[in-house]
Design a protein around this ligand. Structure first.
Ligand code: PLP
Length: 398
């Protein structure tokens, strides 16, 4: 049988590809600290469950393809809280930020087009771009050379060519934790506008910034309405990853009518989840402040522990809940397999997302891993103690 050549060019998600080995290790009684996936342990607000319990429509009917008005209005209210005026027509509800991302990319990229993305990047971007027949043109960054800061004309403008259609950024960054300054984001928007490019801003981690800075959205900048597409989601913001509710936002009406074709093709997003997701927006700023403090403490604990492991290189993250680190190993995939198949420290081992798929440049990321600080502080500390022991043992046996 013949398969899609575009799908053949895609890889499995590095967050999930070792799950089979993990299941085997767990069946042998090994406890795994899962730092591989951004699945927080913070409880989802009670409002979500209350709303589900109260759901009483006699038929679970198809929702409107663009999303239910009550959720669109809740999103508008959230954005008005950060000084952004949105209307329902600026919002399409999606099955997770993942679907919002896929429909945006499918709407703007053609075969052979290029999209500029700072690397390391969230690997699922690469899959969505490849399925559109387009290519990721990486803007290289690294912890030791530039601390993952990329937003300058010198870095970006020489990479723009006749195939470039868009710039994609994640702010705060996954996997780097980099938070763009107001000036850096303004510059990226300027570059996009001057070169007639779309700028896709993935802001699913917007609330997770640890330097006391005000919440920043590209939507706060006037004058970029034709260029700007924002990806948003309830998954991380409200610790509701399984709700599968994302949001695509743009004031470019032509873009929105193209993306609506995707929405109509997949008919609708879950009716019950949309209603319950709307209820999530009733949480107050004290909820976000408490969650932010919790992640900040976890970030600090991770950084302190990582600094004690010889040969590990990383940049201190300023936001989101990930750390990208180069480990003193030959190959992170091999190390991960060994951790799952051959190693334990008093019954414990650890799992990360291995680094290569976070890059488009061949050969980069081979000895790197992304760690998600989504577990309790004590668990993170134990996980990094396990990592330290594992690195000593792994390198001794080579
Ligand atoms: C940067 C980024 N964008 C988008 C998503 C998609 O999230 P979801 O589909 O759960 O909304 C994720 C999930 O981890 C992410 O890290």
């Amino acid at each position: 049988m013949k398969f899609s050549s575009k799908m053949k060019r895609c890889g499995l998600s590095p967050m999930r590809k070792f799950n089979g080995y993990a299941a085997n290790a767990e069946a042998r009684g090994i406890n795994i600290y899962h730092l591989n996936i951004g699945q927080p342990d913070i409880h989802t607000p009670k409002a979500y469950y209350d709303s589900l319990r109260d759901y009483s429509d006699p038929v679970i009917a198809y929702a409107p393809s663009q999303g239910i008005p009550v959720l669109q209005d809740a999103v508008c209210r959230y954005y008005s809280g950060i000084g952004v005026t949105l209307e329902r027509k600026d919002i399409l509800i999606a099955t997770g930020g993942s679907e919002a991302l896929q429909m945006a990319i499918a709407s703007i990229l053609d075969d052979g087009d290029e999209i500029l993305i700072p690397e390391p990047f969230y690997p699922n971007y690469h899959t969505a771009v490849t399925l559109a027949g387009a290519f990721v043109h990486p803007i290289p960054t690294s912890a030791p050379e530039d601390g993952y800061r990329f937003a300058s004309r010198e870095n970006i403008e020489p990479l723009i060519n006749e195939h470039t259609r868009a710039i994609m950024i994640t702010n705060p960054g996954n996997p780097t934790g980099t938070v763009l300054s107001r000036e850096e984001l303004g510059l990226l928007l300027d570059i996009a506008k001057e070169h007639d490019l779309f700028i896709l801003c993935d802001e699913v981690y917007r609330e997770f910034v640890y330097g006391g800075e005000p919440l920043l959205s590209a939507l706060q900048y006037p004058g970029y309405e034709d260029n700007l597409i924002v990806i948003d989601s309830v998954s991380k913001r409200f610790s509701a990853c399984g709700a599968r509710i994302g949001i695509l936002i743009s004031k470019n009406e032509e873009f929105m009518s193209e993306a609506l074709k995707w929405c109509q093709c997949r008919l609708a997003v879950s009716s019950t989840d949309q209603v319950a997701a709307a209820a999530l927006y009733s949480v107050g700023s004290d909820y976000f402040a408490a969650v932010r403090e919790e992640y900040k403490a976890r970030r600090d604990a991770m950084v302190e522990k990582l600094e004690q492991i010889p040969g590990v290189q990383f940049a201190r993250p300023e936001g989101a809940f990930y750390i990208m680190a180069a480990l003193p190993v030959d190959d992170a995939d091999k190390f991960q397999l060994w951790l799952l198949n051959e190693f334990d420290d008093n019954g414990d081992t650890v799992m990360f997302a291995c680094g290569e798929p976070f890059y488009a440049t061949p050969g980069r990321g081979i000895n790197e891993v992304r760690m998600a600080y989504v577990l309790k502080k004590e668990d993170l500390e134990r996980a990094l103690d396990v990592l330290k022991v594992a690195l000593e043992k792994y390198n001794k046996q080579l």
